[in-house]
Design a protein around this ligand. Structure first.
Ligand SMILES: *[C@@H]1O[C@H](CO)[C@@H](O)[C@H](O)[C@H]1NC(C)=O
Ligand SMILES: *[C@@H]1O[C@H](CO)[C@@H](O)[C@H](O)[C@H]1NC(C)=O
Ligand SMILES: *[C@@H]1O[C@H](CO)[C@@H](O)[C@H](O)[C@H]1NC(C)=O
Length: 238
């Protein structure tokens, strides 16, 4: 009787210890290194997700003219854009890099670009037009324990697209956080949009055929997650 109670007690202790450890040591999902990555949408406020949900879908592009595109989403990895951060080590340290995806045949660089919405001081729409990207759009560095695209906050919005005769599509925007005179913090996420994080998932960088306008000479190797949808967020955090 005594022996079995003791055994049960020990089993209980062993089962409890991983939980206790997790409370002492903050614990974050592991990352790998790659030059190429896809971007996966993580809806940080579940109640704001759409129907059908966009959680764990990939960032794709929405063609809006010759060499012009908005940033959209697709559940299918086949339509996920492949991105890389471009710049020197010095530029990476001082926020001077850009995030690029190659488009077309022969491939040319299309930069992830934030363009202020008409009449807004804080909200921009993300573009993937041929040409340069916005400086400072890149993956978070140490000591930030999570890898995600900055500057925050990104938002997914369901908007009518004139190029598609008014059809509604999910597009990515970015809202600048502001602080008012009373110290109140405003995230400025537009009404009806879902706050999201864009998480890098490692993938092989596309190869460039002869005659490409793109170059991977300054593609930066950085951290990314192996498989974002397999991460159980409730197990992680400070
Ligand atoms: C992803 O979203 C979940 C909530 O849905 C949140 O708990 C988790 O921290 C988010 N991940 C990152 C890297 O922000
Ligand atoms: C986007 O809005 C339109 C118009 O209100 C609606 O018909 C459509 O279902 C919405 N799409 C999503 C994914 O919520
Ligand atoms: C990539 O970075 C290098 C080094 O700063 C720069 O010379 C080149 O123009 C950049 N390419 C693009 C497409 O921004």
């Amino acid at each position: 009787m005594i022996a079995s109670a003791l055994t049960l007690g020990l089993v209980g202790l062993a089962a409890a210890s991983p939980v206790a450890d997790r409370r002492v040591v903050p614990h974050y999902p592991g990352t790998s290194l790659s030059k190429g990555f896809r971007l996966v949408i993580n809806v940080t406020d579940h109640c704001k997700d759409f129907h059908p949900p966009i959680q764990n879908t990939y960032i794709s592009s929405i063609h809006t003219g010759a060499g012009l595109a908005l940033v959209g989403n697709s559940a299918d990895a086949e339509y996920a854009r492949i991105f890389y951060q471009n710049g020197t080590a010095q530029e990476k340290r001082f926020g001077g890099i850009t995030t690029i995806s190659d488009s077309g045949t022969p491939p040319f660089p299309s930069g992830f670009k934030l363009v202020k919405d008409p009449g807004s001081e804080t909200v921009s729409t993300a573009h993937l037009d041929g040409g340069l990207g916005s400086k400072g759009v890149g993956i978070t560095a140490f000591p930030e324990p999570y890898a995600f695209l900055t500057p925050e906050t990104y938002a997914a919005c369901n908007e009518s697209q004139p190029y598609y005769r008014g059809k509604y599509l999910i597009i990515i925007k970015q809202a600048q956080v502001t602080v008012d005179e009373n110290g109140g913090i405003h995230r400025n996420i537009p009404e009806g949009c879902a706050p999201v994080r864009l998480l890098p998932e490692c993938t092989q960088l596309n190869s460039l055929p002869k005659g490409s306008y793109s170059s991977h000479e300054f593609a930066i190797e950085d951290r990314c997650y192996k498989d974002v949808k397999s991460i159980k967020w409730s197990e992680y955090g400070p």
